[in-house]
Design a protein around this ligand. Structure first.
Ligand code: AOF
Ligand code: ZN
Length: 343
């Protein structure tokens, strides 16, 4: 299953609104086929793994990170393909929350006499599928707030634009995330002060996340580096956006943040990497719309500067505690990740 999860990861950032899924087929004690779902509309992971295995699939075991589907979508049911190939045993990490599947894939396999085990490495799989699961169960993308701060909790100096807080190693990790999440979001303040490009750099076969600029009054300059054909501008219903549409921006109009996120679902964006600034993050946090936090802490002191969140009116007893917290040392920096909402 660990290998199947690694296969699935190859599709991260490319499959929405579908999930990233991986499949490994084992027969006679060796791996005879592997596959992953590359993008919506293309065959599912099981199909690629079965193709690789050919006749060797007969009597073998399939390890799949998501319950094999039982429905006719853009592609035919994987449960039927596994049955037809003579697979004897199926090991599933997580059930599919899609109401068109939701346990029926497993039922179908069992009815055909296949031994099915569910729940192997389920937490890892569910976390990998957070975007897809969020779209299906909540109708909005999974929101990850990433920020880097000094040891005294500042993300930037007062009155200064960008300026790296963390080491090159930490910044390389951010590039991996940009490659793996569907969209990257910033507030108009960050666009005006830093003019970030919001691209993925230094990753082999990397691709750029879709830029999303939260810009209530449509103040994004047409010269902004993040503005390219397909860049999404989230703005208010009455804002004048002709200049932005002329350069290929996609305009999303919404009064409230939950509605804006719902609109991003319609654009097949399942995950959002929120990279600043504190004002947008604070608004999303206040409405419990930040699902996951990824925080770099650099061993530096600034003395004064901007905090990562600035509007929280919580007392310490009301502090939002992260779940499933993981710590990792990255060169001189510490990376802390955890969940604020359930997947
Ligand atoms: C699987 N294996 O690799 C994936 C699955 O429109 P379709 O035919 O691509 O179906 C999409 C749905 O199939 C998706 O919403 C999810 O429920 C499931 N995805 N299932 O057995 C896969 N990607
Ligand atoms: Zn399928």
């Amino acid at each position: 299953m660990a290998q199947a999860l690694r296969e699935a990861a190859r599709g991260l950032g490319r499959t929405a609104p579908n999930p990233p899924v991986g499949c490994v087929i084992v027969s006679g004690g060796e791996v005879v086929g592997r596959g992953f779902h590359p993008r919506a509309g293309e065959p599912h992971a099981e199909v690629f793994a079965l193709r690789g295995a050919g006749e060797r699939a007969r009597g073998g075991a399939a390890y799949v990170t998501l319950e094999p589907c039982s429905h006719f979508g853009r592609t035919p049911p994987c449960a039927d393909a596994l049955i037809a190939a003579g697979i004897a045993r199926v090991v599933v990490a997580a059930l599919d929350p899609n109401p068109r599947v939701a346990g029926r894939g497993v039922e179908r396999l069992r009815a055909a006499g296949i031994e099915v085990t569910v729940g192997v490495q389920e937490p890892e799989a569910v976390r990998q599928q957070a975007g897809f699961r969020s779209l299906v169960t909540r109708g909005r993308p999974w929101v990850v707030y990433k920020y880097a701060m000094t040891l005294d909790g500042k993300v930037a100096a007062v009155g200064e634009g960008s300026g790296a807080v963390t080491s090159a190693q930490s910044r390389a990790r951010v590039m991996q995330w940009r490659n793996e999440l569907d969209a990257i979001a910033v507030g108009i303040g960050t666009v005006l002060s830093d003019d970030p490009a919001l691209t993925t750099r230094g990753i082999k076969d990397g691709r750029d996340p879709r830029p999303v600029i939260f810009d209530r009054q449509a103040r994004t300059p047409v010269t902004a580096r993040a503005l390219r054909p397909g860049t999404i501008i989230v703005t208010s219903p009455g804002a004048e956006t002709t200049h932005l549409e002329e350069v290929g921006a996609v305009i999303v109009r919404a009064e409230a943040l939950p509605d804006a996120l719902g609109e991003l679902r319609e654009l097949d964006l399942s995950s959002l990497l929120l990279e600043g600034g504190p004002r947008l993050a604070s608004s999303l946090f206040a409405e419990c719309l930040v699902d996951e936090v990824r925080t770099f802490i650099a061993p530096k002191l600034l003395g004064a500067g901007l905090p990562p969140l600035n509007n929280a009116a919580y007392s310490m007893t009301d502090a939002r505690a992260l779940r499933d917290v993981q710590l990792e040392a990255l060169g001189p920096d510490l990376l802390v990740t955890g969940l604020l909402n359930d997947i």
